[in-house]
Design a protein around this ligand. Structure first.
Ligand code: HEC
Length: 207
């Protein structure tokens, strides 16, 4: 079977409960102390964003682990498109939420942060440096994009032992060359366990 299809098949399906409540959360509610340009139930949207992030992160990690175990990390980069953009597409189609990953040190140029994301990443880095636990770092905000209100949510990603295969300080030769082949401008190595790697970044257009 086509390895990409296989990866997607293994990704956790987004449950219909998540979708139904994502839609429900979009229902406009009045909130008197809003700094946002539109009236939305931000807390409900944060809950949605957390759920989507958890499912997406879980799906990625599951696929990643399985492929490394069966074929090794170099093959995981070449064939399974470890962090399949397809999982993002699937999530968007099912839920209306756009989800990606970004970082201040990127491997895939498609993951480059925009100005707003760069500011939030910097805020996470400052907080982490001052000793805040990375797993607790998140930020949400309603902002205007191209004249339209969107709900934005970001959650920090911490480096775990598994990640060092491809993002660590001593990446093996075959992995290095597989990365170089696909991502010649790679800037995402040199990390240690517990470092801040980047963030999940989510967007929901508000009507
Ligand atoms: C098998 C190798 C491999 C492993 C293991 C791996 N990654 Fe990656 N990672 C990649 C590749 C290849 C990309 C670029 C492709 C893409 O966009 O997914 C990437 C991209 C990323 C990005 C997006 C930003 C960027 O640099 O483009 C983040 C964040 C990230 N990885 C975090 C992690 C974390 C956290 C872990 C451990 C849980 C991990 N990775 C494990 C290969 C790997």
């Amino acid at each position: 079977m086509n390895p990409i299809i296989n990866c997607l098949k293994n990704a956790l399906p987004i449950s219909s409960v998540t979708i139904a409540s994502a839609i429900a959360a979009q229902t406009t509610q009045t909130n008197s102390n809003l700094a946002s340009p539109v009236n939305v139930d931000e807390q409900a949207l944060v809950e949605q964003a957390r759920g989507i992030t958890q499912q997406y992160g879980g799906a990625l990690k599951k696929t990643l682990k399985a492929t490394i175990m069966t074929s090794g990390p170099a093959a995981a980069i070449r064939t399974c498109s470890v962090h399949a953009p397809g999982i993002s597409e699937q999530t968007a189609q099912l839920t209306g939420w756009q989800i990606h990953r970004t970082s201040n040190k990127i491997r895939n140029p498609n993951n480059k942060p925009n100005i707003w994301e760069t500011q939030v990443l910097q805020q996470f880095a400052d907080k982490a440096e001052r000793g805040a636990p990375i797993e607790n770092l998140e930020h949400h905000q309603v902002i205007m994009e191209n004249g339209k209100p969107v709900f934005r949510y970001m959650k920090a990603i911490k480096v775990q032992n598994l990640c060092l295969n491809c993002h660590g300080t001593h990446v093996s030769g075959p992995v290095k060359s597989a990365i170089k082949n696909l991502f010649p401008l790679d800037n995402a190595t040199g990390y240690r366990e517990g470092d801040l790697r980047g963030a999940f970044t989510l967007k929901l257009p508000l009507k």
